[in-house]
Design a protein around this ligand. Structure first.
Ligand SMILES: Nc1ncnc2c1ncn2[C@@H]1O[C@H](COP(=O)(O)OP(=O)(O)OP(=O)(O)O)[C@@H](O)[C@H]1O
Ligand SMILES: O=P(O)(O)O[C@H]1[C@H](OP(=O)(O)O)[C@@H](OP(=O)(O)O)[C@@H](O)[C@@H](O)[C@@H]1OP(=O)(O)O
Ligand SMILES: [Mg+2]
Ligand SMILES: [Mg+2]
Length: 367
């Protein structure tokens, strides 16, 4: 009998396709029965396939409609992840709200988010009352985080004098000294991996190079060669002495976020407060981040795909009790909970106003 293969269609922007779809991943997945097939987003999705799973980081009203139609025709296929769930990460307030609601019992470490306010118009920007409780310096971030270049344009603001340079809607977030190092925590289903990266230096140093009361920057922790973050990178960037946060702590946070956001593929940025050594702050969550920079990304992603394939196979069997038990004893814990999340997809038919038009989105500072 012919081998049953699991077909994953991917819809990714060219930059993401280039970084993520590498031969090493495609070949490893293929050797384990998983085919990665490019979806031509210029053609109707329903004319392509068949697909057991759709992997996407692609936006727009039309794409959402196509996913709704695909879902109706293929009720047993997985869609990673649901556009509604991803949408939450496109707004820097709803993105971090989920962190504030998370409860984790940990005697040794605490976590939260920096103090922040949202400003929708210029009037409120100059209203001192709106700033109550917020201390300089602050980071002005565009409210929208849709992946456009503008949505990554930030500004460090040191005083009230340069506020006219800011363009609402923005989030003003207190700058927290964190020793110039950021932890990026990658989540792939139940798998969690933390890496270190260079970040903004602490306040006195960052203030030095600034004369105007405002310092613009963009994707500072992404200024890294497009290669894997490994020990060589840590040495080169002088990051090797920095202690990682406890992995069990990060895994608890990752699991909590995964469940409450109903997402499988994301990363979150964590900084450690220099003044309170065991206090961690989550400052950003990104959908489908740059996994290719994660050491061993091919194995990690392939394991995840194979888990999906196994689950699909189990779902197709008339009596799947034994298989469910087998998957349940998997080394990464029960698949059931992950897959309940994957299959529990609701795509809102009413997609008006949800599209992402990168050119129309504003940056926080005047161009
Ligand atoms: N509250 C904060 N305190 C100190 N530094 C911060 C804070 N918020 C952000 N930063 C710094 O600014 C950088 C960019 O911020 P943030 O991660 O929110 O932007 P982003 O454009 O969404 O990033 P990404 O490229 O990860 O999507 C961070 O990597 C970190 O170096
Ligand atoms: O550029 P890379 O592939 O490495 O991935 C980056 C990704 O860019 P891409 O999805 O457009 O490619 C970004 O997504 P958008 O916010 O722009 O949607 C964001 O998630 C970054 O945090 C990722 O970097 P990482 O945090 O993993 O270092
Ligand atoms: Mg970030
Ligand atoms: Mg981000």
């Amino acid at each position: 009998m012919a081998e049953r293969r699991f077909c994953i269609g991917y819809a990714l922007a060219p930059k993401k396709r280039q970084s993520f779809i590498q031969d090493s991943l495609v070949n490893l997945s293929a050797s384990r029965g998983v085919d990665l097939v490019r979806i031509d987003t210029e053609r109707p999705l329903l004319d392509q396939g068949p697909f057991d799973c759709i992997l996407h980081k692609f936006y727009g009203v039309d794409w959402r409609k196509q996913l709704v139609e695909f879902r109706l025709k293929n009720p047993n296929a997985f869609i990673l992840d649901s556009p509604d769930s991803i949408e939450r990460l496109h707004n820097r307030i709803s993105m971090l709200q989920v962190v504030s609601e998370l409860k984790i019992d940990n005697p040794d470490e605490t976590f939260g988010i920096p103090k922040q306010i949202v400003i929708y118009d210029k009037e409120t920007l100059f209203d001192r009352q709106a700033w109550e409780g917020l201390k300089f310096p602050v980071i002005a971030k565009p409210l929208v985080a849709d992946g456009s270049a503008k949505s990554h344009k930030m500004a460090l603001v040191f005083n009230h004098d340069c506020l006219n340079k800011l363009k609402p809607p923005i989030v003003l977030q207190e700058f927290v000294n964190h020793g110039g190092i950021i932890f990026k925590v990658y989540v792939v289903g139940q798998y969690v991996k933390c890496v270190k990266r260079k970040s903004l230096p602490d306040e006195p140093e960052v203030k030095l190079g600034n004369v105007e009361g405002l310092l613009s920057f963009s994707q500072v922790s992404n200024m890294t060669p497009r290669e894997k973050i490994d020990d060589k990178y840590y040495k080169m960037m002088q990051l090797d002495d920095t202690e990682m946060p406890p992995l069990s702590f990060l895994t608890d946070i990752a699991g909590g976020l995964r469940r409450s956001m109903n997402l499988n593929l994301f990363n979150f940025d964590v900084i450690r407060d220099s003044n309170i050594g065991n206090r961690y702050l989550i400052i950003d969550i990104n959908y489908f981040p740059g996994y290719a920079k994660m050491p061993g990304y091919e194995e990690i992603l392939t394991d995840f795909f194979c888990d999906l394939a196994q689950k699909k196979e189990a779902m197709n069997r008339p009596n799947n009790k034994d298989i469910e038990d087998k998957i349940g004893s998997d080394r990464r814990g029960p698949m059931q909970s992950v897959d309940q999340e994957i299959t529990k997809i609701s795509i809102n038919e009413d997609v008006g106003g949800q599209s992402v038009d990168s050119e129309k989105k504003e940056s926080p500072v005047q161009d």
